[in-house]
Write a protein that binds this ligand. Structure first.
Ligand code: GLA
Length: 356
């Protein structure tokens, strides 16, 4: 199937955006904190054309799902909600958006914590910018994409994923201060490459406790009388909080300091240690890991050539990321996956891309 076959017209515009993997700085973005994502070589492509009638027509090649939007006052569900959300946020900015045919294809797995949704939003907005000549820059694209996710997909997310999809590349790590949007492209630690393995345990962001974690952080910030947990820099300051909030806040404060340490310049070894510490904190204090992820991370951490490993993204399932010796990624992930699958779990190597 392609655009022409689906809509009986040629494509007018095509745009794409990458997925991302976050190396460090997890669950810090909605606390105004610091993150270190990088783009991965998996992408979502959106093709657009004008519709023949007063309806939107969206098609996802991967899901083989078609959504016909007859009622623009009703948000559709599934993949269509992201495209619909992008159109609606642009309309709120007073742009006139025509009725569209939209064709989506992607190599980013859904629900693995690699931001397939942000890639879809950013690719959709890029395609609309091109089609309609909209005067919006890449930061505005990310901000509009985040609004689409919050208001139309129902996830109270931060800005990391959309900024990464809009501004990151696969050769650098994007340091981002999510409060000021100050950013810097950093090189990968010397002599390393990134690997990503999906645990095979699916997760659903909206129903997974993500919004609950966010509310807990807001409550902790309120009790500590700061605007956001980013404003707490000494971990001792969280000691006075009730136990659950203390754990949540402790993760955020220590995670921010790990990212800032990287920004000062660290060895590959130290970067790996910080990733390992991040996983422990996400598991024990933030409680967003699950036993299978812990097992996959433990296997990675014990494998020679691995500097460090952790769950990546929101957690509750999905993928793990590791920093490994350059040139050894393929051999390492193959070996790790073999071991992981001994107990019947089914994982998938996502980065590096291995063609069999
Ligand atoms: C999801 C959200 C991001 C971020 C991460 C956790 O990917 O969309 O904004 O909060 O979880 O770090």
């Amino acid at each position: 199937m392609n655009f022409q076959q689906k809509f009986h017209k040629p494509t007018e515009i095509e745009a794409s955006a990458p997925g991302r993997v976050n190396l460090l700085g997890e669950h810090t973005d909605y606390n105004d904190g610091f993150v270190l994502p990088t783009a991965i070589p998996l992408r979502t492509t959106v093709q657009l054309g004008l519709s023949n009638n007063e309806q939107h027509h969206f098609y996802s090649e991967n899901l083989d799902e078609y959504a016909n939007i007859l009622d623009i006052h009703h948000t559709p569900s599934g993949f269509a909600s992201y495209i619909f959300g992008c159109i609606e946020v642009l309309k709120k900015q007073e742009y006139t958006i025509p009725f569209l045919n939209v064709y989506v294809k992607s190599s980013i797995p859904i629900g693995s914590g690699l931001s397939s949704s942000a890639a879809l939003e950013v690719a959709t907005l890029r395609a609309l910018r091109q089609l309609l000549n909209l005067p919006i820059d890449d930061v505005a694209i990310a901000q509009l994409a985040q609004q689409a996710e919050i208001h139309y997909a129902g996830v109270q997310c931060g800005i990391m994923d959309q900024m990464a999809a809009s501004l990151a590349d696969t050769d650098h790590i994007l340091f981002l201060d999510t409060r000021t949007l100050e950013r810097r492209l950093l090189p990968l630690p010397s002599g390393t490459e990134i690997v990503v393995i999906d645990s095979g345990v699916a997760r659903t962001l909206a129903s997974s406790g993500y919004n609950k974690r966010r509310a807990e952080c807001e409550e902790a910030a309120q009790l500590l009388r700061v605007k956001a947990l980013r404003d707490i820099t000494e971990v001792e300051a969280v000691e006075a909080l009730p136990e659950l909030l203390r754990k949540r806040a402790r993760h955020v404060v220590t995670e921010n300091s790990r990212v800032l340490e990287v920004l000062q310049g660290v060895s590959s070894q130290r970067f790996g240690e910080l990733m390992n510490a991040s996983h422990t904190s996400l598991r024990d204090d933030y409680e967003v890991s699950v036993p299978v992820l812990d097992r996959l991370v433990a296997i990675l951490q014990k494998t020679p050539g691995v500097f460090g490993a952790r769950l990546t993204g929101a957690g509750f399932g999905g993928a793990c990321v590791a920093l490994v010796t350059a040139g050894e990624g393929k051999a390492i992930v193959t070996k790790v996956l073999e071991q992981y699958e001994l107990t019947g779990d089914r994982g998938q190597i996502l980065v590096p891309i291995i063609t069999r």
